[in-house]
Design a protein around this ligand. Sequence first.
Ligand SMILES: NC(=O)C1=CN([C@@H]2O[C@H](COP(=O)(O)OP(=O)(O)OC[C@H]3O[C@@H](n4cnc5c(N)ncnc54)[C@H](O)[C@@H]3O)[C@@H](O)[C@H]2O)C=CC1
Ligand SMILES: CC(C)[C@@H](O)CC[C@@H](C)[C@H]1CC[C@H]2[C@@H]3[C@H](O)CC4=CC(=O)CC[C@]4(C)[C@H]3CC[C@]12C
Length: 369
Amino acid sequence: MADSAQAQTLVYLVTGGCGFLGEHVVRMLLQQEPRLRELRIFDLHLGPWLEELKTGPVQVTTIQGDVTQAQEVAAAMTGAHVVIHTAGLVDVFGRASPETIHEVNVQGTKNVIEACVQTGTRFLVYTSSMEVVGPNVKGHPFYRGNEDTPYEAVHRHPYPCSKALAEQLVLEANGRKVRGGLPLVTCALRPTGIYGEGHQIMRDIYNQGLRLGGRLFRAIPASVEHGRVYVGNVAWMHVLVARELEQRAAVMGGQVYFCYDKSPYKSYEDFNMEFLGPCGLRLVGTRPLLPYWLLMLLAALNALLQWLLRPLLLYAPLLNPYTLAMANTTFTVSTNKAQRHFGYKPLFSWEESRTRTIRWMQAMDSSAQ
Ligand SMILES: NC(=O)C1=CN([C@@H]2O[C@H](COP(=O)(O)OP(=O)(O)OC[C@H]3O[C@@H](n4cnc5c(N)ncnc54)[C@H](O)[C@@H]3O)[C@@H](O)[C@H]2O)C=CC1
Ligand SMILES: CC(C)[C@@H](O)CC[C@@H](C)[C@H]1CC[C@H]2[C@@H]3[C@H](O)CC4=CC(=O)CC[C@]4(C)[C@H]3CC[C@]12C
């Protein structure tokens, strides 16, 4: 818990505070923000773990709400100094309709911005995504790029389109006058593929490997690099940005920052094996076992099956045309903009990030048995 030496005066609102990233942001705030008086956790689905947070010196207020409902957002925002907006529909598997993705990710973000203006909340940190940049529909690689690297950010999938539009709205809102006449200060953080304790996709891939007798079959060339970042470091960057935004408004306001740490550049599959290997899984093949055209055919068949079965059941496998293209396109960042602008350094080393993730997976495995 935070040191109580400093005056506890601030009220923070975290939307999506029960999600994979949101939970880490909530816990990091309680540990690292000594000025916190009240922490409001706003989410569509509240988790049972929240109760344990209510025993500390910080007032933890849980709010079951929907960011698509403007009045619910405004009510939760009233009196807050800072809002960290992580709530979103993270769907590249066809589970939700394009309309729903847009409603949550874009309209929800509009509601957060308008609630800031209406209630006088001055500091907004938005969880954007690498996908705002790429990989683009043309499959152009983004190799060790930064926030200023030229890149043709062209998207068709509902998820990246919604994240790009939401980010634009957040950045454009920087400087708007909020209730009381002072300017709104906004900032957007762009994580690459987040991993760590609570990562549902990692769980799904692990369970897929167990079903295949402890084996996973390589589908992506090892040479395709995919940027990854540890969830604890992403949470830490959110906390740091929220803390520095007032003092460094002129530098940070309206800016975007990639989230990064020392996680190695590897293919998506090889990176996952850093955690799945110690849990007993094996990646078969030093190069893809199937030709890319066959993988594309299988991905297209999955998409067709999803469409045919939709009236009966939700069929949403990991492999679809979008995820195959994503995994098969190099996208890595190399930047120090966050360090230059607000002194960010990863809180967790690669070794710590790896160890914590492995321990989580092993605990998950033993509890499942
Ligand atoms: N997981 C990843 O690799 C990356 C995630 N991001 C972004 O980080 C943010 C968090 O993502 P994750 O934690 O991975 O997803 P998640 O699905 O685990 O968490 C999202 C949270 O938002 C909540 N939520 C969804 N719709 C809501 C609504 N209408 N009203 C209120 N709450 C709602 C969910 O209940 C959930 O708790 C998202 O904005 C996502 O776009 C960005 C880059 C990478
Ligand atoms: C089936 C195989 C081809 C397998 O390798 C597919 C992996 C696939 C599920 C992931 C590959 C790349 C991931 C995405 C990437 O990390 C960027 C993301 C950013 C976000 O904002 C949300 C998550 C994601 C879209 C992430 C989702 C999983 C992958 C597509």
